[in-house]
Design a protein around this ligand. Structure first.
Ligand SMILES: Nc1ncnc2c1ncn2[C@@H]1O[C@H](COP(=O)(O)OP(=O)(O)OP(=O)(O)O)[C@@H](O)[C@H]1O
Ligand SMILES: [Mg+2]
Length: 486
């Protein structure tokens, strides 16, 4: 039963918004008209009956007052004339007749005889002022009123009031009400149609917009809805949502472009490093080995020990040069201090070189971080310092740089500040995709990989500060990444 009700309810409510509104208006108007008709019928009938009774009683009393004169004089013709005139002057009066105390008819308006049984259906006691009986006849209901003449001593006046007129009046009133109802219903349907069209417009637009958006076009916007109602709120909320989606899609696309660019750059740098390594090996190490082979060949061909001894310092010199060359190459590839676990030392070394190369003062505050840093963390922090200092050299036109490395509640913080020209951070970050600038993005990526956070604070003319924070978890559980013991 419940399931059936739910199913029926779902079916009824499953129609379009327009059908719902029109259905509601029609239903309510019909209900209202039905209730009005019912109420009118209920309240007007007793009122009209009472009116009819009052009219009958006052007419009968009038006849009862005038009647005795004619009766005592025996002038029944005049009495007849009186009742006939009274009947003819009132459409509601169906009949009038007078009877004497012995129930003999004195006068009547029937012309022929009284209908059978009519005489006995209504009697008034001498103690009553009147008595009313409702008679059901072929002509409809008749209200029969009996009034005693001179307390019943002279006889009784009987008047029959037909309800026909009353029924006609009621029918006229109800049909008028029905016509009005249909007129209002017609206007109501037109208004409901217009209203439903207006109300459904934002929903129709949203449905159309959803279809467009689902094809991937996030630039589409629903036209603003001028009426300040839920429709305009919904339109605004939808447009805001699409705007956010568009922004996110753009951010994701930018991120992908940046990552692609960064990967390309890393591969280029790798390629360049390999070429540089090959050139260095060829130009320096191969040359040194060739000289060494030549020196050994001379020694081999030497005639005596003296000659061999003479050649040896030259060979050793060549060997020393080769060692220096290889060590330089290795240091360039990866600062040896990093492998020895001293991040602070590696930064100091790099900062000193930077200071002498760019004649810029570098302040170092490198706390003993007190942790065993993983190679990954140490090398990331070192590369971040490198990138930031390279940026300072290339863009900042600074006179002073400060590097602070310290430890706060288990996390490592790196802060690098310069007093240079600064830059508009949001603008630079927004433009870097198109301009293929990957340094700051690379820093953010390195920090993100370690689960840390970074922040750039700068504005034109105000210098630049880069904050990096690496959580303790990144290096405390990092034994399997190769811990650098200090
Ligand atoms: N310390 C700084 N002072 C002033 N401007 C800076 C500083 N650091 C970065 N910028 C500005 O931010 C931009 C972006 O820096 P980012 O390191 O991402 O790219 P880049 O250095 O231009 O190129 P790349 O690092 O890819 O070789 C720079 O072009 C520069 O305009
Ligand atoms: Mg850079």
């Amino acid at each position: 039963m419940r399931r059936w009700l739910v199913k029926a309810g779902t079916m009824v409510l499953g129609v379009s918004l327009r059908a719902k509104i029109i259905g509601l208006v029609v239903g309510l108007l019909l209900l209202l008209a039905g209730a009005a008709m019912f109420q009118a019928e209920r309240s007007i009938s007793p009122f009209l009956n009472q009116q009819l009774d009052t009219e009958a009683i006052s007419t009968a009393k009038y006849i009862a007052d005038r009647g005795p004169d004619y009766i005592y004089r025996g002038d029944l013709f005049q009495l007849y004339t009186l009742v006939r005139d009274i009947k003819n002057s009132n459409q509601n009066i169906r009949y009038i007749f007078l009877v004497d105390p012995l129930q003999n008819v004195l006068v009547d308006t029937f012309g022929n005889a009284l209908p059978a049984g009519l005489l006995g259906v209504n009697r008034v006691n001498p103690s009553e002022s009147d008595h009313i009986e409702v008679l059901s006849t072929e002509e409809g209901l008749i209200r029969d009123v009996a009034i005693p003449i001179s307390g019943g001593k002279v006889g009784t006046v009987r008047i029959g009031m037909s309800e026909k007129g009353l029924v006609q009046a009621k029918a006229k009133m109800l049909s008028g009400l029905a016509v009005t109802t249909f007129a209002v219903l017609f206007v109501g349907i037109i208004l409901a149609f217009i209203l439903s069209r207006i109300l459904a417009t934002p929903y129709r637009r949203l449905i159309a917009a959803t279809r467009v958006v689902s094809t991937g076009d996030l630039s589409y916007r629903v036209p603003a809805w001028p009426i300040k109602d839920e429709g305009s709120e919904l339109t605004q909320a939808f447009n805001h949502m699409i705007h956010k989606m568009e922004q996110s899609a753009q951010e994701i696309e930018d991120l992908c472009t940046l990552r692609r660019g960064l990967t390309e750059k890393v591969m280029q740098v790798q390629e360049e490093e390999r070429r540089h390594l090959a050139r260095e090996l060829h130009d320096e190490t191969s040359q040194s080995l060739a000289s060494l082979r030549l020196g050994l060949k001379y020694a081999e061909e030497a005639q005596n020990l003296e000659e061999i001894k003479m050649r040896l310092p030259e060979v050793r010199h060549v060997l020393d040069d080769a060692f220096d060359g290889i060590r330089r190459l290795v240091t360039e590839l990866r600062p040896y201090v990093l492998d020895d676990g001293e991040l602070g030392q590696a930064i100091t070394h790099y900062a000193q070189e930077f200071q002498s190369r760019y004649s810029m003062e570098v302040d170092l505050t490198l706390d003993d971080v007190g942790f065993e840093l993983t190679r990954e963390v140490a090398s990331s922090l070192y590369r971040i310092v490198q990138e930031v200092l390279t940026n300072v050299a290339r863009h900042a036109r600074a006179t002073q740089v400060s590097i602070i490395l310290n430890q706060h509640s288990g996390d490592i913080s790196l802060t690098i500040e310069d007093d240079g020209v600064g830059f508009d951070v949001p603008q630079v970050l927004a433009e870097r995709v198109g301009q293929r600038k990957y340094g700051l993005f690379g820093i953010q990526e390195r920090v993100m990989v370690l689960g840390g956070s970074s922040q750039i604070e700068s504005s034109p003319g105000q210098g630049t500060t880069i904050y990096v924070k690496i959580p303790g978890e990144a290096f405390k559980h990092g034994q399997n990444h190769g811990v650098i013991s200090r």
